[in-house]
Design a protein around this ligand. Structure first.
Ligand code: SAM
Length: 296
């Protein structure tokens, strides 16, 4: 599969953050405030497919005063970029041994040094775990955590992996921005429907876990978790973009066109024409789903 670049993740971060469903986020915060953490006084969160840590930056300012995050990704370059980005995002940096937060839950050694930062009056310990979730999800899910999170991840996975992941999950899961396949580009273009069909076909190709669920990821996740007795809630979190988001719209049109070209379902000239108009689209809405699920 194509790797996600730190530049692409940085470009989408502002729209990702403003698109997240706040009502569902508040449910998660209430739930955490009412539950007993694994380590008293400390909230431990494990973020799957963390990239450069966007999910942490969105959530940590709203979580408890003392937090310990484990960012999991198989791309060590993205984990390094996460560390650098978090250092510039933080209000302050503490010596990682001062409050021995990371030690509370067992330090996982790896290529990227852990850090402890402060932000919005929170103390946030972060460790970086370089691991392939295809194989390592069980050991990661077995580690102590109050919440498992993910962003823009569950559309990449395949049904058998998701079924095994859900069977192994025992903790609350909060995952945001799973692509749901709904797209509206403006002004309307006669080629949109065909391009979207081919893009969906590309979304279902192997993204490292077998044939990806793509737009069906959130639905399947919800059904599988309900099947094992979890209580679930889903809310929409569409990207709504206009001329303020020109660069992202342009990159999205280019990325979509390139994916559609790979599928060979349309004449190249048709895709080129679509790309040319869509790079200048006046607005664009891309559907996503946020999901929160916890054991009954
Ligand atoms: C669409 S990006 C989202 C990144 C981040 N959550 C965000 O919202 O910015 C998907 C992330 O999943 C990671 N990923 C994909 N397959 C993975 C795997 N098998 N194991 C670990 N991480 C994986 C990628 O490296 C990438 O960082």
């Amino acid at each position: 599969m194509g790797e996600f670049s730190a530049d692409w993740l940085a470009l989408r971060e502002p729209v990702d953050h403003r698109s997240r469903n706040l009502s569902l986020q508040n449910q998660v915060i209430d739930f955490l405030n009412q539950s007993t953490p694994v380590v008293p006084g400390l909230m431990h969160i494990t973020d799957l497919g963390s990239g450069t840590g966007s999910n942490l930056r969105a959530l940590a300012p709203h979580f408890g005063a003392m937090q310990c995050w484990t960012l999991v990704d198989y791309n060590s370059n993205l984990l390094r970029a996460a560390r650098t980005t978090l250092l510039s995002w933080a209000d302050g940096v503490l010596d990682s041994n001062t409050p021995n937060l990371i030690g509370e839950l067992g330090y996982c050694s790896g290529p990227v040094e852990p850090l402890v930062i402060t932000k919005s009056m929170k103390t946030i310990a972060v460790q970086f775990r370089c691991a392939d979730l295809l194989a390592d999800y069980r050991s990661i899910l077995n580690e102590p955590a109050d919440l498992i999170t993910a962003a823009a991840f569950f559309d990449l996975v395949a049904e058998p992996w998701l079924a095994a992941f859900c069977a192994a999950l025992t903790k609350p899961l909060y995952t945001v921005l799973t692509y749901d396949g709904k797209e509206t580009w403006g002004p309307p273009n006669a080629l949109d429907a065909d391009v979207l069909r081919a893009f969906h076909a590309h979304q279902s190709t192997n993204k490292g876990f077998g044939a990806a669920l793509g737009p069906r990821g959130a639905d399947r996740l919800q059904s599988l978790l309900e099947g094992k007795g979890y209580i679930t809630a889903c809310e929409p979190s569409p990207w709504r973009m206009d001329y303020h988001d020109r660069t992202l719209i342009e990159q999205l049109a280019m990325g979509t066109a390139s994916a559609v070209r790979e599928m060979g379902m349309q004449e190249t000239s048709v895709i080129d024409q679509w790309e040319q108009t869509r790079r200048q689209a006046s607005h664009c809405e891309i559907g996503h789903i946020d999901l929160f699920a916890y054991p009954a």
